[in-house]
Write a protein that binds this ligand. Structure first.
Ligand SMILES: Nc1ncnc2c1ncn2[C@@H]1O[C@H](COP(=O)(O)OP(=O)(O)OP(=O)(O)O)[C@@H](O)[C@H]1O
Ligand SMILES: [Mg+2]
Length: 374
């Protein structure tokens, strides 16, 4: 076990853009593996909508002579919904269903690319895009709002580019609680009008509520092939690296153990951890941790209820999914790949049980081992 994060290397703009593909967790998902929950009709609607969207986009691209889309042919869809309801699954499935040049990146990566390259060069870098998949659209500040509305305006001037994005926030509510969003309604309104909103309802598919997250004990059998760091040391290393490079770290990291996690009472640090966990989640890094407090108390209550509340909750939801892939109970007992199954919801598949992608029992474990070359 090493106690330092893998190093970050400088990449040129081309390398960065070439890397905008679905993350390891979503590399193999498809419309076929999305199982709509019959209790929430919006899920089947969203699935059908995205299938049609992909078919229409492919037809436009092939310029079929008599192609007439069956539905209003929106070129931009905004998948809205709570955490863990399958938005990113559908986003990545759309990516995999489309032909031609496409890019898959998070909104944070888009914002970083634009600030690093400049607007003109960023537009140029995505000029050949038939599809842009932008995960986790959210506006943190005024500069991002301006940038996003300008970028999208230019993108939609190109007739061939389609856009799909996901968010935990309806477009009209973007930025609320984070900055004086009321003053920027023109830009936010422009963004909102550009998209057809498709809302997905469900309880968190990761099936854990805020209060159910159990306190975690220390992990006696750490991985020998990964990194193990005490929380204060990890916090210091994360502070020294721009969050945009966390993805690069996660790609290189097989397993991570975080020791002595405790309540974080610095908002900037908490947001860095949230971003880091997002990347660990995306790359299916095997995570274990020991914590001095229950996970529900990881983030200080003072900022847990403000404009970033959803971010913190989503982080706990993802942490839970990651940890249930490899849970160490307080007594030291290891529970491999806890199975999350919701029952009796599956008329569409002819009854029976539905299993959550990525956290299933033996199969998920095998798949995971394969992905890690084990
Ligand atoms: N209907 C579904 N059928 C099969 N797997 C699903 C379904 N919904 C979600 N999943 C799986 O559950 C996990 C969580 O889904 P996903 O990450 O797509 O949710 P999300 O809505 O993007 O959440 P977040 O708001 O945290 O980004 C993923 O592993 C995904 O593949
Ligand atoms: Mg998501």
């Amino acid at each position: 076990m090493v106690d330092a994060l893998p190093s970050v290397v400088a990449q040129d703009a081309d390398e960065v853009v070439r890397g905008f593909v679905p993350t390891r967790r979503f590399a193999g998902v498809s419309f076929e593996t999305y199982v709509p929950d019959a209790r929430y009709p919006s899920q089947l609607r969203a699935l059908l909508r995205m299938r049609t969207f992909a078919a229409d986009a492919n037809a436009v691209q092939r310029r079929l002579p008599f192609f007439r889309p069956k539905t209003r042919h929106a070129r931009a869809v905004y998948l809205d919904g709570g955490y863990g309801v399958g938005k990113t699954h559908l986003l990545a499935a759309t990516y995999h269903a489309l032909h031609g040049q496409r890019y898959y990146l998070s909104f944070a990566e888009l914002a970083y690319s634009i600030s690093r390259l400049g607007m003109d060069q960023a537009l140029e870098a995505f000029a050949a895009a038939r599809l842009l998949c932008i995960d986790e659209f959210e506006l943190d500040d005024v500069a991002q709002t301006r940038m996003a509305s300008m970028f999208l305006r230019h993108v939609f001037e190109r007739r061939d580019t389609h856009v799909v994005t996901t968010s935990n926030t309806l477009p009209s509510d973007l930025g609320q609680g984070r900055f004086a969003a009321e003053a920027f309604q023109r830009d936010i309104g422009d963004i909102a009008r550009a998209f057809e909103v498709v809302t997905i309802d469900d309880e968190d598919y990761r099936h854990r509520q805020w209060h159910d997250l159990a306190p975690l004990g220390s992990a006696p059998n750490r991985q020998s092939d990964g990194v193990s760091m005490a929380w204060p040391n990890l916090a210091k290393q994360l502070e020294r690296i721009h969050p945009i490079h966390y993805a690069q770290i996660a790609v290189k990291l097989e397993a991570l153990h975080i020791d002595r996690l405790r309540t974080i009472d610095d908002q900037a640090m908490a947001l860095r951890l949230v971003h880091f966990v997002d990347k660990l989640y995306d790359q299916e890094v095997r995570l274990s941790l020991s914590s001095e407090v229950p996970l529900t108390e990881l983030f200080s209550p003072t900022y847990r209820h403000g404009g970033y509340e959803k971010k913190y909750r989503r982080c706990l939801s993802r942490l839970h999914e990651l940890l249930s892939e490899r849970v160490v109970l307080p007594g030291g007992e290891r529970v491999a790949g806890q199975v999350h199954v919701s029952q009796g919801v599956d008329d569409l598949r002819g009854g029976g049980q539905r299993q959550v992608g990525g956290v299933g029992g033996a199969d998920a474990q095998d798949g995971h081992a394969r992905a890690l070359g084990g």
